[in-house]
Design a protein around this ligand. Structure first.
Ligand code: ADP
Length: 369
C-alpha cells in the first residue's frame, strides 16, 4: 500500500520505523529538507498547509494520514471526495485544529472538559471569573498560545484574538490516554500515563506508566474514552490529555488526533507501541493489545539552553551501559534550546525504581552543540 503522511517529523519517523517490518511504501511531506522522515521515506519538500500541495501529494495514495494536526484540512476533504482514504478524517481534524470547535465538541457530547467562554476579538464582554486560562483558537503548540489571566490587572496582557477562555483547573496530575479506533469500529485503549512537565520549557519531561489511580478515577477516565470513541466518527489514534484536579475530578484538556509524545514509553513498555497501533488503524487491521509489561517511563532529549549548532549527545555511552534503557534519536542534526531531539525509555519493576532511573538518566545526558 502507498501510505502518505503529512509531516515528516519524529512521529512519522517512528511510525515508519515500526511499520517497515510490514510491506508498505511510505511517502512524507514536510517543508524541511532534512526532516526526520526525509531519509527513510519517499520525501516531498513542501508545505502541508498549502491546499494545492496537499492535494497533489495525496493523489495516487491509498491512504493519507497525519503526524501533525496543523495541515490543510480542506485539501484533505477534497481528497476524500476524490476517493482517497484519509485517516483520521478531515472533519475531526478540522474540529480539533480550532480550540473553539474542539471545546464545543466536548460540550455537545457531554465529555467532561473545563467550563469555558468564547472570546472573539474583544475583551469588553468577558464574564469568566478570575483566574482563567486564555487559549488562542489557532496557532498554539507546546504551551505557546496559552496564558493564565489571574486578575483584572493581567487583563492588559490578554491577546486580542479569537480564543477560548477556560476555567483554571487546580491540577493534581496531568494524565494522558491514547485510544484507537479502526474503520471497522474496533477500539483499543492504552493504559493511562502520567506527565511531569518541565515548568521552564513547558515541554513534556517525564512520562510514566502505569499510574496508580483509584477505581473511581479510572471509571471517570473510562467514561471519557468510551464516550469519545462513540462520537468521534472517524478512524484514528487520538491522545486525550487529561487533568486530574485536587478534588479527584477528571477533565479533558485537549485531544491530539495523532501519535503523541505521551505515548513514547509504549515502544518498550507495552505489548505494542502507539506506532504499531497507528499503523494498524491506517490499514484497518485488527488492533494490537496494549498491556503494560512493566513500569515504563520516558524522558525527552531536548536541546540545552545556550547551544545551537551541530548536535552532540553528551553522556550517551553511560546510558547505553544501563539495563532496560533505550535510546531513540530523531535524526535531527542541528540542536537549539528546547528542540526535541530524541527520547530515552526506561523500564523498571516498581514506580520508585522507575523514578530513580529516570532522574539518574536525566542527570547523565546533555544535548549540546
Ligand atoms: P498546548 O496545546 O500548547 O499543549 P495546552 O492546552 O495543553 O496547550 O496547555 C499547556 C499547559 O497549560 C497544560 O499542560 C497545563 O499545564 C496548562 N493548562 C492548560 N489549560 C489549563 C487549565 N484550564 N487549567 C490549568 N492549567 C491549564
Amino acid at each position: 500500500m502507498k501510505i502518505g503522511i503529512l509531516g515528516g517529523g519524529q512521529l512519522g519517523r517512528m511510525l515508519i520505523q515500526e511499520a517497515l517490518k510490514y510491506d508498505d511504501e511510505f511517502y512524507t511531506l514536510d517543508p524541511a529538507l532534512d526532516a526526520p522522515c526525509s531519509s527513510i521515506s519517499h520525501f516531498t519538500q513542501g508545505n502541508f498547509n498549502d491546499y494545492e500541495t496537499v492535494l497533489e501529494f495525496g493523489k495516487g495514495k491509498d491512504v493519507v494520514t497525519i503526524e501533525i494536526e496543523h495541515v490543510n484540512a480542506d485539501a484533505l476533504a477534497e481528497l476524500e471526495n476524490q476517493g482517497v482514504k484519509v485517516v483520521p478524517n478531515s472533519k475531526i481534524i478540522k474540529t480539533i485544529q480550532q480550540k473553539i470547535l474542539q471545546k464545543e465538541f466536548y460540550q455537545a457530547n457531554n465529555i467532561s472538559s473545563p467550563e469555558f467562554e468564547i472570546m472573539d476579538g474583544s475583551s469588553d464582554e468577558i464574564k469568566m471569573d478570575f483566574p482563567f486560562v486564555q487559549k488562542l483558537n489557532t496557532g498554539g503548540y507546546d504551551g505557546k498560545g496559552v496564558q493564565v489571566i489571574r486578575n483584572a490587572e493581567d487583563l492588559k496582557n490578554l491577546w486580542i484574538a479569537d480564543s477560548v477562555l477556560e476555567k483554571l483547573v487546580d491540577i493534581d496530575k496531568e494524565l494522558s490516554v491514547i485510544v484507537a479506533i479502526n474503520e471497522n469500529g474496533e477500539t483499543k485503549t492504552f493504559p493511562v500515563t502520567e506527565m511531569v512537565a518541565d515548568p521552564k520549557l513547558n515541554l513534556l519531561d517525564f512520562n510514566i506508566c502505569p499510574v496508580n489511580l483509584s477505581k473511581e478515577i479510572e471509571n471517570q477516565i473510562e467514561a471519557i474514552t468510551s464516550q469519545f470513541l462513540a462520537v468521534v466518527d472517524s478512524p484514528g489514534l487520538f491522545a486525550i490529555e487529561l487533568f486530574l484536579d485536587k478534588e479527584g475530578k477528571v477533565w479533558v484538556n485537549e485531544t491530539a488526533p495523532r501519535l503523541h509524545n505521551s505515548g513514547h514509553q509504549s515502544q518498550e513498555g507495552n505489548a505494542n507501541s502507539q506506532f504499531e497501533q497507528m499503523y494498524r488503524v491506517v490499514k484497518n487491521l485488527p488492533l494490537a493489545d496494549t498491556d503494560a509489561l512493566m513500569y515504563s517511563g520516558m524522558l525527552n532529549l531536548v536541546g540545552a539552553e545556550g547551544y545551537t549548532g551541530q548536535v552532540v549527545y553528551e553522556g550517551m555511552d553511560d546510558v547505553l551501559k544501563l539495563p532496560k534503557t533505550y535510546i531513540h534519536l530523531y535524526g535531527k542534526t542541528v540542536t537549539k534550546p528546547g528542540r526535541k531531539m530524541g527520547h530515552i525509555n526506561v523500564l523498571a519493576d516498581s514506580r520508585e525504581e522507575l523514578m530513580e532511573k529516570l532522574i539518574q538518566v536525566k542527570a547523565m545526558v546533555k544535548v549540546i552543540a
